[in-house]
Design a protein around this ligand. Structure first.
Ligand SMILES: CC(C)=CC(=O)SCCNC(=O)CCNC(=O)[C@H](O)C(C)(C)COP(=O)(O)OP(=O)(O)OC[C@H]1O[C@@H](n2cnc3c(N)ncnc32)[C@H](O)[C@@H]1OP(=O)(O)O
Length: 257
């Protein structure tokens, strides 16, 4: 499929999505949202794809929601359209998505990265929630997701001062899983996604579901949920194959059955 604001390609079993509005530093407007949702839905339903990577350019992952698109929005429009609710569709895919972030990931850009399952940052990455400087506040999940990633104190600091955090601070704070040289970013993220895509898809999807459940439930409920999913994996041929392959000292041949 051809898009106007993103590029898509496959690298083996990995679906790679590149934000492509260079003149606006990949600012996220409604067209980008529609195309991102279409691309993840498309890769999500493609049986040959096991994981995805979303990236931007070396200068900007995304410099935020499109300020020029929002500028004239009225309260009536924002409320009746439930402005930004469409981003929930981006998070519905059950296959893992890695955000590969170089340069600016600000406002909605940081929020988009946090909607992904984990973030690999280039050493030049800069994260921030500068909405306060525009007279507003995070609206695509920043106040909630950033707080869960880095804790209350740093989330308050980021959201109330609008300052940026570099890649090292983001890694120390738990916002990103690892930092790599900018020149290797996409290759490293695709390598990580390809590793995930080698595994049995049902166990990958259930792992994602279980980790995400940790954000929404109590420890007791989460542990029971994890155990039930774990039990259900014994209904799959891939459990027999994975364990037999270990015992027979060979590589498993997963069929996602
Ligand atoms: C409100 C909610 C809920 C969410 C949000 O995300 S609000 C947006 C949050 N983001 C920001 O406030 C960052 C805005 N951008 C900047 O501060 C700067 O662009 C920069 C520091 C990221 C980079 O500065 P630089 O001097 O290198 O580049 P610019 O000349 O400023 O930008 C190039 C080009 O891109 C347009 N741009 C940048 N960010 C956005 C944006 N978020 N929305 C719309 N357009 C954006 C910028 O206007 C310029 O375009 P023109 O040359 O046509 O003016």
């Amino acid at each position: 499929m051809t898009y106007e604001t993103i590029l898509t390609e496959t690298r083996g079993k990995v679906g790679l999505i590149t934000l492509n509005r260079p003149k606006a530093l990949n600012a996220l407007n409604s067209r980008v949202l529609a195309e991102l949702v279409a691309a993840v839905t498309d890769f999500g339903s493609n049986a040959d794809i096991g994981a995805m990577v979303v990236t931007g350019s070396e200068k900007a992952f995304a410099a935020g929601a499109d300020i020029k698109e929002m500028q004239a929005l009225s309260y009536a429009d924002a409320y009746t359209q439930d402005f930004f609710v469409g981003w929930e569709d981006f998070t519905r895919t059950r296959k893992p998505i890695i955000a590969a972030v170089a340069g600016y990931a600000l406002g909605g850009g940081c929020e988009l990265a946090m909607m992904c399952d984990f973030i690999i940052a280039a050493d030049n990455a800069k994260f921030g929630q500068p909405e306060i400087t525009l007279g507003v506040m995070p609206g695509m999940g920043g106040s909630q997701r950033l707080t869960r990633f880095v804790g209350k104190s740093k989330a308050m600091d980021m959201c109330l001062t609008g300052r940026m955090m570099d890649a090292q601070e983001a890694e120390r704070s738990g916002l990103v899983s690892r930092v790599v040289p900018a020149s290797d970013l996409v290759e490293e993220a695709v390598k990580a996604a390809a590793k995930i895509a080698e595994f049995s898809l049902p166990s990958v999807m259930m792992t994602k579901e279980a980790v995400n459940r940790a954000y929404e439930t109590t420890l007791g409920e989460g542990l029971r949920f994890e155990r039930r999913l774990f039990h259900s994996l014994f209904a799959f041929e891939d459990q027999k194959e994975g364990m037999a392959a270990f015992a027979e000292k060979r590589k498993p041949n997963f069929t996602n059955r």
